[in-house]
Design a binder for this molecule. Structure first.
Ligand SMILES: [Fe+2]
Ligand SMILES: [Fe+2]
Length: 269
């Protein structure tokens, strides 16, 4: 049970490959203790070698006491998960994907007496998918929703689309955290006393990298314009964890505070 007057939520940015999983195995417990965390949401769309997730990793994250998982454009990158979405009962995929796509966009969890809705949505600007309008889909979802706390991961490329959805949902969601760019923005704030916001929460993975991937491959690809397979950094010297901590008042579910976390660790930490 919460030990103080707030329910504390940790939102973790995209976990990128083995480096992201390894640093969370090592440091998540410390962060949970430091911030007295009650509920953990993590974006796992890049957890399997940078592209998608699989059953084994999903179960590993459950064992790390993560409560809910969000995703994005890479949610179906591993074909083996396609027919297993019914068992991934802590995961949401973008709610504005076509209805026929496997998985659900909204799930409601119960913890410490609170009903916590977790929703995933995906942007339409500079994204290869052609999803439904996230604004309209959020209206539909929220109109039918009964929850004490609502957490949205908006997986999108542009700052403007993220800020616009944040303002559109002001006072209607408890937390909106952006993902997908893998670089944390320094704009964690309250939009109103009922809504915490960050444009992008960043990622968990290799620090010396290009959005978690091997920087040499990425640089070479930009210069040569030849096809190359991106892969997470094999042996990182440093790791980072990008996250958002939101404290919600137990009495009335308003937001008491919000702060971003960006931690960098070396191998010996
Ligand atoms: Fe990602
Ligand atoms: Fe993404």
């Amino acid at each position: 049970m919460p030990t103080n007057s707030t329910f504390n939520i940790l939102c973790l940015g995209d976990i990128v490959g083995h480096p992201g999983r390894a640093i969370l195995q090592k440091k998540l417990g410390d962060i949970v203790t430091e911030f007295d965390i009650d509920f953990i949401v993590a974006n796992i769309e890049n957890s399997a070698a940078g592209f998608g997730f699989n059953s084994k990793l999903y179960n590993e994250f459950v064992l790390m006491n993560m409560d809910a998982f969000t995703s994005g454009n890479h949610v179906y990158s591993k074909r083996e998960v396609m027919d297993k979405f019914s068992v991934f009962d802590r995961l949401v995929r973008p709610i504005n994907f076509p209805d026929a796509h496997p998985g659900k966009g909204l799930r409601v969890f119960e913890k410490h007496g609170k009903r916590i809705a977790v929703i995933n949505a995906i942007g339409r600007v500079f994204m290869p998918q052609l999803p439904h309008c996230p604004f309209e889909q959020m209206d539909v979802a929220l109109n039918q929703l009964e929850a004490d706390i609502t957490i949205l991961d908006f997986h999108a490329e542009t700052t403007s689309e993220k800020q616009a959805l944040g303002w559109y949902l002001n006072n209607r969601v408890t937390v909106m955290f952006g993902t997908h760019t893998h670089v944390q923005t320094s704009d964690a704030r309250l939009l109103s006393k009922n809504t915490a916001y960050i444009t992008d929460v960043g990622m968990c993975g290799a620090y010396d990298s290009v959005i978690g991937m091997d920087k040499d491959i990425s640089v070479d690809k930009f210069i040569t314009q030849l096809p190359a397979r991106h892969q997470p950094v094999k042996q990182p010297n440093e790791y980072c964890i990008g996250a958002l901590v939101t404290r919600v008042n137990l009495s009335n579910n308003s937001v008491s505070s919000v702060q971003s976390i960006h931690r960098v660790y070396n191998e010996t930490d």
